[in-house]
Design a protein around this ligand. Structure first.
Ligand SMILES: *Cc1c(COP(=O)(O)O)cnc(C)c1O
Length: 426
């Protein structure tokens, strides 16, 4: 798809007309409000989205780069980091951390800190070990910061293969990665064992809890999950958690926490090596939007512990129903026994149907939108509070589609991120 070209007008247009155009521009966008988009948007309901809008508006002009000029942004950020830290065991371990713009940036920071730590130990091109299921952002980070990312396989439950991870460690290795849970299959890597491995070899261990960081604590509290994953696990040196996923915040806010203040210091950039005077930042960006910080703060205050508990329970129940429901459909299976509320659906060996053809049909019959994964081919679903109510109608459509799919093959084997779909040139 190519985007139509709109000219920059000579004379400015009035605001209401421009806003109408914006509303109209969304015509082809996925309608996530009914819960039929099982990725990309996390919703705790219209009231929370309205709250985002108000908070974003209050802080649309301020610049998060300078918290001396805008101390309120510093205070709000401090609260967000502190609340996230206490959910993830940081109070016990004395963790320190920062807000970032999202999961990708949190992982970039974790990898940059590891690279710097490695170089301080005299390792020129440090090595990081992660499973094939660890997020693509680790590959991006490895390219950007010139570290070697060694990807090892997963076991039959789609968790990192510990023997392969151990075998991949060499004198250049600086950090291990565990996911809690992994994005593709929603399973939690054995963080306790990874921690032991890290301690045995003197390595850092980053836990990518971008997805689970704001949900797992409530599921653990409720007794649904009992896999250790947070900062209190011996050997864990840092953890990332996205507020804009299960924190139900507006986009643009994630947290990275370090168990060791010396590690955290590597993230701080300070210079006076230019003519503009003293300059400091803790993130990739310079000028930073403050709106997402304010919206995240407002969301967490508004939901409170009780709100998060309720949303977690609804989501958990809906995800279990979905996993059980998929299990009863002949021809499909859920990969890897998901630990949380994120799952991947694949064809079972018997019928050998093409799950991408199933996704095509689901889009036609019900406007369902599912991410496509490969190796093995699977459909990806994130159950959040806003998609919980869509689980029953989804299962009905899924059963009908699969029953009639035969040996149909999809021509669309690409992930939705294929670059040709993002062409914006003329
Ligand atoms: C979403 C996600 C990321 C990347 O986060 P963005 O906010 O999309 O940049 C990293 N790791 C995991 C496990 C994720 O789910």
């Amino acid at each position: 798809m190519r985007f139509a070209v709109t000219e920059l007008p000579e004379e400015g247009r009035n605001a209401s007309e421009v806003l109408e155009d914006l509303a109209a521009a969304k015509v082809d966008d996925r309608d996530w409000r009914g819960g039929r988009v099982f990725s990309l948007v996390y919703s705790a309901g219209d009231a929370v989205h309205d709250l985002h809008g108000e908070a974003l508006r209050l802080y649309s002009a301020e610049n998060g780069l300078n918290v001396l000029a805008f101390p309120s942004i510093g205070r709000l950020s401090h609260d967000l980091v502190g609340w996230t830290s206490s959910l993830l065991g940081g109070d016990e371990t004395g963790a320190t951390g920062y807000l970032t713009s999202g999961g990708t940036e949190s992982l970039l920071q974790a990898v940059k800190v590891a690279r710097d730590t490695g170089r301080a130990r005299g390792i020129n091109r440090p090595r990081i070990v992660a499973a094939r299921s660890a997020h693509a952002a680790f590959t991006k980070a490895a390219e950007l910061f010139d570290v070697e990312l060694v990807r090892v396989d997963v076991d039959e439950r789609f968790r990192i293969d510990l023997d392969q991870a151990a075998a991949a460690i060499d004198v250049s290795t600086i950090m291990l990665i565990g996911s809690a849970p992994s994005y593709p299959h929603g399973v939690i890597d054995p963080i306790g064992e990874l921690g032991q491995l890290a301690l045995d070899h003197g390595l850092l261990l980053h836990v990518d809890a971008c997805l689970g960081g704001l949900l797992l604590p409530w599921l653990v509290e409720a007794g649904h999950v009992n896999v250790p994953f947070d900062l209190t696990v011996p050997g864990v040196t840092s953890i990332s958690a996205d507020l804009h996923k299960y924190g139900y915040a507006s986009k643009g806010v994630s947290v990275i926490l370090y168990n060791d203040a010396d590690l955290a210091r590597h993230q701080l950039f300070v210079t006076s090596d230019w003519m503009g005077g003293f300059y400091a930042s803790t993130v990739m960006a310079g000028t930073r939007p403050a709106g997402p910080v304010a919206a995240a703060w407002a969301t967490m205050q508004h939901l409170g512990r009780t709100g998060y508990r309720r949303l977690a329970e609804e989501t958990w129940v809906a995800a279990r129903r979905l996993i059980d429901g998929v299990g009863t459909i002949d021809g499909l299976r859920v990969l890897g026994d998901p630990d949380m509320t994120v799952l991947a659906i694949a064809a079972d060996d018997g019928r050998g149907i093409d799950v991408f053809a199933v996704a095509d049909r689901l889009a036609e019959v019900g406007g369902w939108y599912l991410d496509r994964q490969t190796d093995p081919d699977a459909l990806h679903l994130t159950v959040h509070a806003g998609s919980a109510a869509a689980v029953e109608p989804f299962l009905e459509d899924l059963a009908t589609v699969v029953a009639g799919i035969g040996d149909e093959r999809s021509s669309d084997r690409s992930a939705p991120y294929a670059t040709d779909r993002f062409a914006t040139d003329r």
